[in-house]
Design a protein around this ligand. Structure first.
Ligand SMILES: O=C(O)CCC(=O)C(=O)O
Length: 219
């Protein structure tokens, strides 16, 4: 049985091997959560087999290409509104299903969807934002798995936007954000001109639907 979606029991129940990042940030980092062979296999399969798309965002009245490729996979009902677009999920790829199951067991937390981002090189990036869409609930639990090139992930607290935490996320690393992390902090993946190798990031989420809202789910 998993905990209720959106409720992460916190430090007292965190699996071993992880580290916290900042006393005011509800997040844990497990470096090398996936073994190198498992991470290599997942990286190669997802890079080759996911139908990557270039998303677009409307900014100042113009449509601009996002500086990365992406895909949204999950259970059929996990429709997600992101950057003003409604994303219907692609079905689970077998590799994503295996990773989801491993994460659900490790974290004792259900996930019904995953946003995949493909940063082709150091010019690809993601700007500061919060994952605070209403369908993720008031305290989203987000499990972020990194594969491929190490990239710098940065966080800033809304109450102290000039202070930054920078965390290198490497091949196989797992980062968990929960509690008030999406209310109080923004995160980003800045450009890194010197990086030429690709990176994938998978953020497993639980999208609440009319059918699941408020009801605990076992996995
Ligand atoms: O690529 C990353 O590590 C960050 C991805 C991210 O911020 C997101 O999916 O919301």
């Amino acid at each position: 049985m998993c905990a209720e979606p959106g409720i992460w029991p916190g430090a007292s129940n965190a699996p071993t091997g992880g580290q916290t990042l900042h006393p005011a940030l509800a997040a844990w980092h497990w470096p090398g959560w996936l073994s190198p062979p498992d991470a290599d296999r997942a990286f190669a399969q997802l890079l080759a087999e996911i139908p990557w798309q270039q998303g677009q965002v409307r900014l100042f009245g113009k449509w601009l290409n996002e500086p990365r490729l992406s895909a949204w996979c999950g259970d059929a009902e996990s429709v997600y509104t992101y950057a003003g677009r409604q994303l219907a999920p692609l079905p689970w790829h077998a590799t994503l299903q295996r990773l989801r199951q491993a994460l659900q067991i490790f974290l004792k937390q259900p996930f019904n969807s995953v946003l995949l981002n493909y940063y082709r090189h150091g010019d690809d990036s993601m700007g500061y934002h919060r994952d605070n869409e209403p369908e993720l609930g008031p305290e989203p639990v987000i499990a972020s798995l990194s594969l491929g090139a190490t990239r710098r992930f940065v966080l800033r607290q809304l109450s102290a936007p000039h202070e930054r935490i920078a965390l290198p996320l490497a091949h196989g690393d797992l980062l968990l954000m929960y509690g008030h992390s999406q209310r109080d902090w923004q995160h980003a993946l800045p450009k890194q001109k010197r990086v030429s190798a690709p990176r994938l990031n998978l953020t497993f989420r639980y999208v609440q639907t009319a059918a699941t809202q408020g009801s605990p789910r076992s996995v």
